[in-house]
Design a protein around this ligand. Structure first.
Ligand code: AHR
Length: 487
């Protein structure tokens, strides 16, 4: 029997709900078909937004959504996406599949989507191919309350009241698709662009600078040194590839046991990345004023056979659920620095929480992990210890625990071992446990849901839990994610 120890007296800080954020780019079928079907579609919708998808996102309390990219953000000119739809520019989405982008989903539609879901908008501005004036005017368009050219244009386009916008990204992957810049150059540009992004009325921007690609510590060092005093957040992008080879990343389904463990090992690198980037940030920002924003993370496989390679459409199995469980526990435990994370991406792209096909919708195993973990949002992280064993080069168990404002304790634990159940005894210090319930997501490592079998993988009640003298005993099935609620 393995030990988990939770210390309710060791209150480590607040788990920012935005760690459970997501990302939606004009890429493949994420926005169009996935989220937005337009007024003419027979698919049930409100103001063009798919009702099934909106309801599913409300169910997991999606807190924040990043848009419009990604690489698309640095080619996006926001004025193309406002005003009468018939006169909006049609353009080619050069980065993603070379398809026509008709700009029918723009700023107003994104804000409407966020309103329906009840999440905060996170808008990523164009630094790569856009001007300072363009970004400055976008902020004015969205947030200025009063008489100004952009506020008038907004009103003319049907929105009198300004929106509230907190999260503003200034460039995306400026070291790559966002302009191939050197950190010194980007840091200076960042300082310049952000200067003209004003706080209008009581709207307060939280400005996010483009941070490193994975283990590029030199980027973090330079950007923090030059621009650290001008930002509220620094982004980090890291994708999990089973093979580590961008030319052949491996398949999303039908993978071997070796690929399963290689994927989890690659995902576990997030621990080291967050730790080391945080150490550099500590040097320039010891007071932790700047948050680490992991605004792109998740698995990236070869696209599904027969689909457009530029659409990045992939299936999602229990392996992805384990990656999500492992990664979210890492973010929770680093909540002193990680204040937002956005898995890539929301619908039909990369490690999606939702897949759609016509009027059909499937919730992926990753979606169910976000469901199991949702009670951590804005709760207090508690100190935890877990006794692990190594399986194929990785610790088999991962855990985090929190206490919410009503005094309930939630433990999320995953057994990464695909071949063996793990009996566990969880001991709670500093708190009387009167009642315990549990939910579990489990299956074979390659199990997934598809449009013919939408419910093969799902959450069920965890049975066989016992509570005696403050000790909770239960079994984590092989390849499973569990949420325990202790009251
Ligand atoms: O999420 C897909 C792409 O990955 C994004 O557009 C880009 O920022 C990253 O390279």
């Amino acid at each position: 029997m393995r030990k988990i120890i939770i210390n309710a007296l060791d209150r480590k800080g607040t788990i920012n709900k935005n760690i459970y954020g997501n990302f939606s780019e004009h890429l493949g079928r994420c926005i169009y078909n996935g989220l937005f079907v337009g007024e003419a579609s027979p698919i049930p919708k409100v103001n063009g937004m798919r009702t099934d998808v909106v309801e599913a996102l409300k169910n997991i309390h999606l807190p924040v959504l990043r848009w419009p990219g990604g690489c698309f953000a640095d080619e996006y000119h926001w004025k193309d996406g406002v005003g009468p739809k018939e006169s909006r520019k049609r353009m080619v989405n050069t980065h993603w599949g070379g398809v026509v982008e008709d700009n029918s989903f723009g700023t107003h539609e994104f804000m409407e989507l966020c309103r329906q879901v009840g999440c905060e908008p996170y808008v990523n501005g164009n630094v790569g191919s856009g001007t300072v004036q363009e970004l400055s005017e976008w902020v004015e368009y969205m947030t200025f309350d009063g008489v100004s050219p952009m506020a008038e244009l907004r009103e003319k386009n049907g929105q009198k009241e300004p929106w509230k916008l907190k999260y503003l990204g200034v460039g995306n992957e400026s070291w790559g698709c966002g302009g191939n810049m050197r950190p010194e150059y980007y840091a200076d540009l960042y300082r310049r662009y952000q200067t003209y992004c004003r706080n209008y009325g009581d709207n307060r921007l939280f400005k996010i600078a483009c941070g490193p690609n994975a283990g590029d510590y030199a980027w973090t060092e330079k950007v923090m040194e030059i621009a650290g005093n001008y930002m509220d957040g620094l982004s980090l992008h890291y994708y999990t590839l089973p093979t580590g080879d961008w030319s052949d990343k491996g398949a999303a389904t039908g993978f071997s046991k070796d690929e399963y463990y290689a994927t989890l090992k690659a995902a576990n690198c997030m621990e080291e990345l967050v730790t080391k980037h945080s150490q550099i940030m500590d040097k320039y920002d010891p007071a932790h004023k700047v948050g680490l924003i992991v605004d792109e993370w998740g698995t990236w496989y070869n696209v599904e056979p027969g689909t457009n390679p530029g659409f990045l459409y992939q299936q999602n199995t229990m392996r992805d659920a384990m990656v999500a469980a492992l990664t979210l526990n890492i973010f929770n435990r680093h909540c002193d620095r990680v204040v937002m994370a956005n898995i890539a991406q929301l619908v039909n792209v990369l490690q999606a929480v939702i897949l759609t096909e016509g009027d059909k919708m499937v919730l992926t195993p990753t979606y169910h992990v976000f469901d199991l973990y949702q009670h951590h949002q804005d709760a207090t992280l508690l100190g935890s210890f877990v006794e692990t064993q190594e399986v194929e080069g990785i610790a088999d168990l991962t855990v985090s625990a929190s206490e919410n404002s009503e005094g309930a304790i939630h433990i999320t634990a995953a057994n990464l071992n695909a071949g063996a159940d793990c009996p566990v005894e969880a001991e709670l210090f500093g708190k009387e446990a009167a009642n315990v319930t549990g939910r579990v997501l489990t299956g074979n490592m390659g199990d997934y849901n598809d449009f013919d079998h939408p419910n093969d993988v799902g959450i069920t009640e965890l049975t066989g839990i016992s509570l005696e003298n403050g000790k909770v005993r239960f079994t984590l099935p092989a390849c499973s994610v569990v949420e325990l609620t202790i009251q």
